[in-house]
Design a protein around this ligand. Structure first.
Ligand code: GLN
Length: 455
């Protein structure tokens, strides 16, 4: 009730939620109370959470930020939603996002921009911008996000939160509307690493309905977070600092005040007992171009299902079937989504596939190899999450390449399938700066511990 009241008061300014259903949320809360009364101790019993509107939730409108799904009410639950229900969590509502998760500012949403609670003239980051703004403004204690190229970590950085993108395959993608299936991964956004660990405990797990879900024994992601740590809790930890982020010339690619906060955070890690070593990720510089071939290619295929036949928007007037498809898609998708479909169809087409798609896949392999080499020298890699703080609404909207470069530090992690986090590391000119932590495959528990010791 407290959160719903706060949402009612502040959401009109922030536009963080696109769908609210107080009756449904309160019914879930009452059900949690009833479960508690029987002595049940489900891990998130009665905990309210905001859900990114990319997750299908039964009986809830699920829009993915698009006009195409403006009136789509999901007949089923995503695995993530199912798991939260079983754990006793309460769905507070569905959060705004860039259309089909394509963006870094939340400005591509059909439902309008989300405002950053730190400065409402600025973006919250994207594509999980509604979730980030909701948690930052205390409209929810924690939220879900998804990260295909940075969409959990970058908005977490721009709103002063902790966000985790798990190893590809740890969280089921079933019922999560697909953008680029080989990159998409869901994760928690919260105020601390500890809260992220609690959410991940519920989100993670094998699912036969997602063919890329990884079958591993269940883990308690909070197990390394005990508070009885010694004075130098990170003694023995080796932090890799990539030359591609921290080289003298490369530093210029990042806002100076953000870099200063990142340097201070790394100094704080040395004080906690960690050592730093220089590592190199030479193929990293190719990550943004490779991503903008691979992600649109997969998106163009995934989005072909929105044809006006099965669900979602259908053009009200048309002459024949082809005309219906064309009008439906012309009306239903926004400009950024259309740009990606065109790029994706082009790079997959006969005669261009070898020149673009195959080359991008090769680069992807080189990037993964770079990380594998780096992790022989260190346990965790650190750097900035985003090259700047929250930018002004409209500032980058006219220049897609400028927007794409917001993810210059995050995209390689998705291409390699590694886990990555962003944690707040202070203010740069009055706005939150984020420190990125990259771990080795399935290293989430250790990554959360490293984040927790700093917090
Ligand atoms: N900003 C990137 C893009 O627009 C990443 C988005 C995401 O991670 N969903 O594709």
């Amino acid at each position: 009730q407290t959160y719903l009241e706060r949402i009612a008061r502040l959401n009109p300014q922030l536009n963080a939620f696109v769908t609210l259903d107080a009756a449904k949320s309160l019914a879930q809360a009452a059900a949690a109370d009833a479960r508690r009364a029987t002595g049940e101790a489900a891990p998130l019993l009665g905990i309210p959470l905001a859900q990114k509107d990319i997750f299908c939730a039964q009986g809830w409108r699920t829009t993915c930020g698009s006009h195409m799904l403006e009136n789509f009410v999901s007949p089923y639950d995503a695995t993530v939603i199912e798991r939260f229900d079983a754990a006793g969590a309460v769905n507070l509502g569905k959060t705004n996002m860039d259309e089909f998760a394509m963006g870094s500012s939340n400005e591509t949403s059909y439902f309008g921009a989300v405002k950053n609670p730190w400065d409402t003239a600025r973006v919250p980051g994207g594509s999980s911008g509604g979730s980030a703004a909701a948690v930052a403004a205390r409209l929810a204690p924690a939220a879900t996000g998804t990260d295909t190229g940075g969409s959990i970590r970058q908005p977490a950085a721009l709103c002063g939160l902790t966000g985790l993108k798990p190893t590809y395959g740890v969280v089921s993608r079933w019922g999560m509307i697909a953008f680029a299936s080989s990159l998409d991964q869901a994760g928690p956004m919260a105020r601390s690493a500890e809260d992220c660990a609690l959410l991940l405990n519920t989100m993670a797990g094998f699912d036969t309905r997602d063919s890329t879900s990884v079958e591993r024994p269940a883990e308690d992601y909070t197990r390394l977070l005990a508070d009885d740590a010694p004075a130098k809790p990170l003694a023995g930890l080796k932090i890799g600092l990539p030359r591609e982020f921290f080289g003298e010339a490369e530093r210029a690619g990042c806002d100076a005040a953000v870099m200063a906060r990142v340097d201070e955070a790394i100094a704080a890690y040395r004080a906690l007992g960690a050592e730093t070593v220089e590592v190199s990720l030479p193929a990293m510089q190719l990550s943004v171009p490779a991503y903008y071939v691979i992600a649109p290619a997969e998106a163009s295929s995934n989005l072909s299902r929105f044809d006006g036949v099965r669900y979602g928007h259908r053009a009200p007037e048309y002459t024949d079937l082809d005309d219906m498809y064309a009008k439906t898609r012309a009306q239903g998708f926004g400009a950024e989504v259309k740009r990606r479909i065109l790029i994706g169809s082009y790079v997959l087409s006969h005669g261009y596939y070898d020149a673009y798609y195959r080359q991008a896949q090769r680069i992807r392999r080189l990037i993964a190899d770079d990380f594998a080499r780096a992790f022989k020298e260190c346990d965790v890699i650190m750097g900035p999450t985003s090259p700047g703080t929250a930018f002004r609404i409209g500032e980058k909207a006219a220049d897609p390449v400028q927007m794409y470069l917001s993810d210059i530090y995050t995209i390689a992690v998705n291409l390699a399938g590694l886990p990555g986090m962003s944690i707040p590391c202070g203010l740069a000119d009055g706005l939150p700066a984020g420190l990125q932590l990259i771990g080795n495959y399935f290293g989430e528990a250790r990554l959360l511990e490293v984040a927790h010791r700093y917090q």
